[in-house]
Design a protein around this ligand. Structure first.
Ligand SMILES: [Zn+2]
Length: 433
């Protein structure tokens, strides 16, 4: 009885001191969040690709401009902020999450600022510093098995596997005049699938544009207020399997849904301002690209997807379906060759192989056309170890989701949506592997 009495006296004081501690921590995190935005925007002046999206207050843009920070200032201020949040003693789960995300944001900003200052690191050191992970290395034996399967499936001919593949794939190019209709149809379908399970902001929307002269195949530029600009590069041929991939990856349930969810849940509801900026070279990209790729299989179970492509998209594009199943098999094997991108980029950027050799490997191991190989090399030069986010990111996200043991389609969507609502950090993904 006495103990309960003492507890009743102590408890309110204890709760009060926790609340006080929490509000102090919130104040520090808010400040560190705001400072991160200012420093990230400032870094954007030295790196045109760093700020992928910003939809926060204009006042922080004005502040960054007015400060006119030098690279060294950005680094020292980032270190100061990092030190302040690293020592915070936080009890609440959501504040601890915010703290850890901010720590990762600052650490990745520092790594990118170091690179811009001329610091040399290996590909693997860079990916670890920015995305928190190192991609596995595959040797030529790994690719030989896949290449030999492709060799046996592709129509016979005199050329190399790459040439025979290019000839076969020509049957599946969407004519330029049909690209718009086929893409829009794929996006409508991906949107419908997504809306069955995910509640999007009512006014969400996107604009679709076709562009040329880019190092990427497609891009989502998030504009804030649940609006995206999705650009598709038509400089290289667009094959019939791409519309579903890109509709899901860039739009639904990929980047557009991801950014809209973060904006609604973190920026607008909670006021976590650091999430109003998307620094491309940050761990956010591992989740964003990984989830965007994993989202394709969430939205379209394989047989449903192939049926939709054959019955709807092929006729819309005026493509004959006679060899469709063979084409799909080829595409699945090509997906397994995706790891080659990371291996070739790593060796090229680490100076172990020349540009010519990288191009040669892309043609012979990734079976790309010379034009596509040039585009990829341009991508590696600009985005560097970012390339790991597609294949490794997808694998990590899929492993993470597989641990949830979802039984039904609804369960799978629910787990996927939870992931978008609270993006895990690389370390969370790793501990769940
Ligand atoms: Zn992407």
């Amino acid at each position: 009885m006495k103990r309960i009495y003492i507890l009743l006296i102590i408890l309110p004081f204890f709760l009060l001191s926790c609340a006080k501690q929490d509000s102090k921590n919130i104040e520090i995190l808010n400040k560190a969040g705001e400072n991160f935005v200012v420093l990230a925007l400032s870094l954007g002046d030295y790196d045109e690709n760093y700020v992928d999206a910003y939809f926060g207050p204009d006042s922080l843009k004005t502040k960054a401009k007015a400060l006119g920070l030098r690279l060294d200032d950005i680094k020292s201020k980032a270190k100061e902020n990092l030190a302040k949040i690293q020592v915070l003693n936080i009890k609440s789960d959501s504040l601890e999450y915010r703290k850890n995300f901010l720590i990762n944001f600052y650490q990745s900003l520092l790594a990118r600022a170091d690179f811009l200052s001329g610091k040399k690191t290996t590909f693997d050191e860079e990916s670890k510093a920015i995305y928190g992970v190192v991609a596995p290395h595959f040797d030529s034996k790994f690719y030989a098995g896949i290449l030999s399967s492709l060799d046996s499936i592709l129509p016979k001919g005199n050329g190399t596997i790459a040439q025979r593949l290019a000839d076969f794939k020509k049957l599946f190019i969407i004519p330029e005049t049909k690209v718009d209709t086929v893409f829009k149809t794929a996006i409508v379908k991906a949107h419908q699938q997504t809306l069955k399970f995910i509640k999007m902001p009512a006014d969400e929307n996107f604009k679709l544009e076709f562009v040329k002269g880019k190092s990427w195949g497609a891009y989502n530029w998030f504009k804030g207020n649940s609006q995206s600009l999705i650009q598709v590069n038509t400089e290289v041929p667009i094959y019939i399997d791409r519309p579903i991939d890109l509709a899901c990856h860039e739009g639904y349930p990929g980047h557009h849904v991801f950014h809209s969810t973060i904006e609604r849940d973190y920026v607008k509801k909670r006021g976590w301002v650091e999430f109003s900026i998307y620094p491309l070279f940050s761990p956010m990209s591992l989740v964003s690209e990984g989830a965007a790729n994993a989202g394709i299989n969430i939205a379209f179970e394989k047989t449903v997807r192939r049926k939709f492509e054959k019955q709807v998209l092929f006729p819309l594009a005026g493509i004959d379906t006679t060899y469709a199943d063979k084409y799909f098999k080829v595409i699945e094997l090509l997906t397994e060759l995706e790891n080659a991108s990371t291996d070739i980029a790593r060796d090229y950027l680490d100076g172990k192989i020349s540009k010519e050799k990288a191009k040669d490997l892309l043609i012979n191991y990734k079976l790309q056309t010379p034009e596509r190989a040039d585009m990829n090399i341009k991508f590696y030069e600009i985005y560097r170890s970012y390339i790991i986010n597609y294949t490794l990111g997808q694998k990590m996200i899929e492993n993470y989701l597989a641990k949830k043991n979802s039984k039904t389609e609804k369960d799978r969507w629910q787990e996927y949506y939870k992931l978008l609502q609270r993006p895990p950090l690389p370390k969370d993904l790793l501990t769940n592997e």
